[in-house]
Design a binder for this molecule. Structure first.
Ligand SMILES: Cc1ncc(COP(=O)(O)O)c(C=O)c1O
Length: 367
């Protein structure tokens, strides 16, 4: 293991006094009383686990209500929930591809989409990051009839956005299906957090499938595939991570439904995430991001790791991305904004980040 690349598990306290800039709890709802009560109600009603695969024992009316609510929220005709966003990505990609098909994935796609490619048994091509012309070339020169294009809407490491409208145009022109992972888009982009697909007007398109996680802005756990009714039916028939996995736990269903209700009631929460991200970016000396993710590239894994440790010692919980999550030489602090950061917390963030980053970056070199 190279310098600064060792990973370690850090204990987590139930009530930390640190400021959280590491989690994906973008709307700050994971401890919201209504979300906790939503989880508790479902837990009391249905018990602790789903007790089996959705096909055998596990489909409750609440699973189906959550699916309908999620689908309606992002503007898709139907939804199907999975035990995690990871399982949703594995499930949809393997079910819609297979031998004799082509899968084209953006170089920045999340690890779960990469693993989905590996499991797909399709010919897999990795397109350079956000390169629509390359996707077009790969699709238009293929021999396979079926093709799938995979991308995050908001890329998890850098927080940048996929060129969804252009990507959909070439995907459609080439008779392929576009799968968009909205893990970091829902709750942040689009009207009231409906996601980037909705923001660019692609909601409801029959050749576009959305995948989502319930574990970030929606403060619960689990994942979903949102799209055409035929896709849902096909997933129930063939997606192994749906068929052979225990259904989403009732408490997670209840929590996600409550979080979604809150977001509908207070759509401005989504705007606040972006405003707080701009505040954090300003004090970190980097451009304001298009998402909740503020990426502060520091270079070597050792420097990034030391800076992250220093932040934590001083009461800021931050993420630290190193290879293989990001390319060598681009190790970074990954700071995530939350809608509920207070002015006092923002002041502390400015002081601590300012000092830690000055040390990590070293003295300014005169031009
Ligand atoms: C872009 C993206 N897709 C999928 C996932 C997986 O979601 P889950 O944590 O619900 O399995 C993540 C989570 O880290 C992610 O960032």
């Amino acid at each position: 293991m190279g310098a600064g690349l060792h990973r370690e598990l850090r204990p987590r306290e139930p009530r930390s006094t640190s400021i959280d800039l590491a989690s994906n709890d973008y709307l700050g709802l994971s401890r919201h009383p209504e979300v906790i009560e939503g989880a508790a109600e479902s837990l009391r009603r249905w018990g602790t686990g789903s007790t089996g695969s959705r096909l055998v024992t596990g489909t409750t009316a609440e699973h189906e209500q959550l699916e309908a609510e999620l689908a309606e929220f992002v503007g898709a005709p139907t939804g199907l929930v999975f035990a995690s966003g990871y399982a949703a990505n594995l499930g949809v990609v393997t079910a819609l591809s297979g031998r004799g098909s082509l899968v084209v994935s953006d170089a920045g796609s999340h690890a779960s989409l990469i693993d989905a490619c590996r499991l797909s048994r399709a010919r897999v091509e990795i397109a350079p990051h956000r390169d629509v012309a390359a996707v077009d070339r790969l699709l238009s020169t293929r021999a396979e009839e079926r093709a799938l294009v995979l991308t995050d809407s908001v890329f998890s490491a850098d927080g940048d956005l996929a060129p969804l409208a252009e990507l959909h145009r070439v995907t459609r022109a080439n008779g392929a299906i576009l799968v968009v992972d909205e893990a970091h888009g829902i709750g942040v982009r689009g009207d009231g957090g409906r996601g980037l697909v909705q923001e660019v007007g692609l909601d409801g398109e029959p050749d576009l499938v959305i995948t989502a996680t319930l574990s970030k802005a929606l403060a619960a756990q689990g994942g979903a595939v949102l799209g055409d009714a035929r896709v849902r039916a096909h997933l129930i028939d063939t997606a192994r991570t749906f068929i052979f996995d225990t259904g989403l736990a009732p408490a997670a269903v209840g929590a996600a439904r409550a979080a979604l209700r809150l977001l509908r009631r207070e759509p401005a929460m989504a705007d606040r995430v972006l405003e707080r991200a701009a505040d954090i970016a300003r004090v970190a000396g980097v451009p304001a991001p298009d998402s909740a993710v503020v990426s502060v590239v520091l270079g070597s894994a050792e420097v990034a790791y030391a800076a992250a440790r220093e932040c934590r010692t001083r009461g800021l919980d931050v993420g630290c991305f190193r290879p293989p999550s990001v390319p060598a030489g681009t190790s970074r602090l990954r700071l995530t904004a939350r809608a509920d950061l207070t002015p006092a917390e923002l002041a502390t963030i400015a002081t601590v980040l300012g000092e830690v980053l000055a040390g990590a970056r070293g003295p300014a070199v005169p031009a």
